[in-house]
Design a protein around this ligand. Sequence first.
Ligand code: ATP
Length: 362
Amino acid sequence: MEIRIKGLIRNYYSEGKQIKALDKVDLTIPANEIFTLLGPSGCGKTTLLRCVVGLENPDGGEIMIGDQLVWSSEKKIFVPPEKRGLGMVFQTYAIWPHMTVFDNVAYPLQTRKLPKEQIRSKVRKVLGFVQLDGFEGRPATKLSGGQQQRVALARALVAEPKVILFDEPLSNLDAKLREDTRKELRRFLSELKITAVYVTHDRIEALALSDHIAVMRAGRIVEIGSPKKIYFNSDHRFVADFIGRANLIKGKVIREEGNHAVFDSAIGQIVGLNSQKIAPGQEAMLCIRPEFMKLATTEVGEGKNVFCGKLETLVFIGEAYEGEVRIGDTLLTTTIEPTEDITEGDEIYISFDPDHCFLLPV
Ligand code: ATP
């Protein structure tokens, strides 16, 4: 089910000051996709999710879920949360510790007074789906964090919602479990084919899970795109910097070359993607990600985007080295193969493909 949000406003007041938690948000969340709201702490992600659920009343704007207008300040419409057909999974698992796994999952159906046999069959089916068959009689507290989160997911799914909303559901799990649960969640949601709205400030989680990501900042949507679009060729400096490690180099566009532009910077001329058609003479910023820099200890020829520098720092992080290369006054971060035989202080050549770096407006 599609969700359409128009001109959504939510203001808070604290110590006499107005906080624009949502500042005229327009957003369409496509049906049957995993759609992530990503952004730094305090940018309004949770407020937006709570407005969609109906736990928060906006100060202006409209929210449509499918064909149903669930909120309109102008038309004075407010559909209560239980009538919006949504499921929700929170950061804290919010499962009831005094109940068994079965009772936790059955609860939404029991409140609807469904026949017992129907409840039993629906709960079994959904527990099978989240791979918790055989856990029905287990007290909820005697489960691991990942299993508890799966109980919360099963409870949200049992009522067969059209839309499921997640508010940082994995942030209480340790790193390894978070990775495993993330993969499982992706599989569950892809199989279910329902609309999933996912809130996180974790960029890796957003990249790994989402069909589309909306990056938010200070109550506004800055950019919406697929994970690859946002990572490889985003339209905004804030997004490029937030979504991954980025070297941002200042300079000026000299000339256009098809989809690319030649760019003059402190390290020399660079050729990069120019999707936004920044015109010659304009200041711009070039974004190059550390993993796209190739390294050589001997001269690599006269190709495009080849620079000579000095390896200033080298840190071993397991799967790779992280190095800093100085070219004049510019310090660039680069990822280096763990097998590379180099040391700090070495003169090295770095190069990168014009398709692997992109220009951004300043
Ligand atoms: P986080 O990732 O830290 O959870 P968030 O992006 O979800 O952050 P929100 O919780 O939506 O951000 O908050 C948006 C802004 O509104 C923040 O500046 C926050 O301090 C403010 N805010 C949220 N709830 C209230 C409240 N009840 N009273 C006053 N200010 C609030």
